[in-house]
Design a protein around this ligand. Structure first.
Ligand SMILES: [Mn+2]
Length: 475
């Protein structure tokens, strides 16, 4: 027998970002992370995902932490391991499209503060919404000697999403100057044998490394990774066991053990991983005890597979129906979702398209007539402001919701003037570091509240002097 060719599977650890975002609403504080970084740095991870997504918002809003400070501290802790972040294309880490000057500046500051790999996605898979961030990464890679642009495709099911669609996208991503591709399966819809087909097809379409990101929500994720690895995927995303499974990722230790002794052996030290898990486990217990971690999210949610709707979107929908005293319409709304999705050009369901489709479906059902009322966001999607969808949108719905209005076919950001200067002038009284303008750009009110809190801390405001009703914060 010929000697086995070694092809160790690479691992991105998500416990500092997606795992706690998915399980405990992104509440893990920086001070808890820092003592374990030195050990994590010795594992040999391909990268550690630690920033982006909701971490930025939650740091400022709930933890009263500067997200930039978190990034710099994590960078200091990882001497050998690459740091990775998630980036919402033209929406950066926020919820609206930004002008290119803000996108470019954000990328520059992310890299200079410590990020190596930027994973960039768009909720419609409109690659035009990713180009500015990819170009900026490539530009600062040259300047900073660090930076990797990974383009993520939001994985979804539907007529339009054939193997040809995915492989065609892979070729375009290669052409646009990305360093790697991620298949981002936010709802856990990619089942094991489909992963074999998908990864094989992608590998023959592009030379770029391919990373797979999924969630355990529907219960198939570790089997999907096994088939994907056998089909040649280069990197998988996993989370240390105390914050794995459920709505999070498959467990790091389990995947490492699965490939031990095979050509895909990671070579990771299980004893070291066990020491790291020991550090996180008491915190998991604490989160279970204080209710931050709800045991409900740890099970298998098979509705995800039945309705192809991400878990987060279902819980949003339930709370919207509750507010209207219409919980009995749950299944009507579930049935309405595919119709709305079709009307809007069959987009993937990921932030923010998931919320837009879900909310419109609730409106359609509760009003008793389709599109009798349309949300601001539904109108914006129909006007083309979020980008181009894979299938055409319904002309009938366009005529009903935005009659006579002009629709956009260009990239929306091309219509936006530069924004940085205006943002700088709005927040200059609070500015203590260059990065503050970017925090303000993403979350103006939340950032301002944080800046006030920071100032109060620095001025050592005494509890007895603090004007709590007007929002001044004691130390
Ligand atoms: Mn995710």
């Amino acid at each position: 027998m010929s000697e086995q060719v070694k092809k160790p599977i690479k691992i991105t650890e998500t416990i500092l970002r997606d795992a706690h975002q998915s399980l405990i609403a992104t509440r893990m504080p920086t001070d808890f992370m820092l003592p374990i970084l030195e050990k994590m740095d010795k594992v040999g991870y391909h990268s550690v995902e630690c920033w982006g997504g909701a971490t930025f918002d939650a740091s400022l809003r709930f933890l009263k932490e500067d997200p930039w400070d978190r990034l710099r501290k994590i960078r200091d802790g990882f001497k050998n391991t690459k740091l990775q972040m998630l980036f919402r294309g033209q929406n950066i880490l926020g919820y609206r499209p930004y002008a290119d000057d803000v996108v470019e500046y954000f990328v520059q500051k992310s890299i200079s503060n410590g990020i190596d790999i930027i994973r960039i996605f768009d909720c419609l898979n409109d690659l035009r919404n990713l180009q500015a961030a990819v170009d900026a990464t490539n530009k600062f890679k040259v300047q900073e000697g660090r930076g990797h642009a990974q383009v993520a495709l939001s994985y979804t099911l539907g007529d339009a999403y054939t193997l040809e669609y995915w492989t065609d996208m892979a070729k375009k991503i290669e052409e646009m100057g990305a360093d790697s591709i991620c298949i981002k399966d936010m709802a856990g819809l990619l089942v094991p044998y489909k992963a074999t087909e998908m990864i094989s097809a992608m590998k023959s379409a592009t030379k770029l490394p391919i990373q797979l990101h999924t969630h355990y929500t529907s219960g198939v994720a570790s089997m999907t990774y096994l088939k994907a690895v056998e089909a040649g995927v280069d990197v998988i995303d996993t989370a240390m066991s105390p914050f794995a499974l459920g709505t999070s990722q498959p467990a790091t230790e389990v995947m490492v053990e699965t490939f031990k002794g095979t050509e895909y052996d990671t070579g990771f030290d299980q004893n070291l991983l066990a020491e790291i898990a020991d550090y996180f486990r008491p915190y998991r217990d604490e989160c279970l005890a204080n209710g931050l971690l709800n045991p409900k999210v740890m099970g298998v949610d098979i509705k995800t597979l039945l309705y192809q709707v991400p878990g987060g979107m279902l819980s949003n929908m339930v709370s919207q129906l509750k507010e209207q005293n219409a919980e009995d319409r749950y299944y009507d709304v579930l049935k309405e979702i595919p119709q709305v999705r079709k009307d809007l050009g069959e987009p993937p369901l990921v932030t923010p398209s998931s919320q837009i489709v879900g909310t419109q479906a609730v409106f359609n059902v509760l009003m008793g007539e389709r599109y009798k009322m349309a949300t601001k966001e539904t109108k914006a999607v129909l006007r083309g402001e979020y980008g181009q969808t894979v299938k055409p949108m319904s002309q009938e719905v366009i005529d009903k919701v935005i009659p006579g209005e002009e629709r956009i076919t260009c990239r929306y950001a091309d219509l936006l003037g530069n924004e940085l200067e205006k943002l700088e002038s709005e927040m200059k009284e609070w500015k203590q570091q260059d990065e503050d303008v970017l925090s303000y750009a993403l979350f103006p009110q939340v950032a301002k509240d944080y800046f006030k809190y920071r100032q109060a801390q620095q001025e050592k405001v005494d509890m007895t002097q603090a004007d709590t009703t007007n929002g001044a914060y004691p130390v």
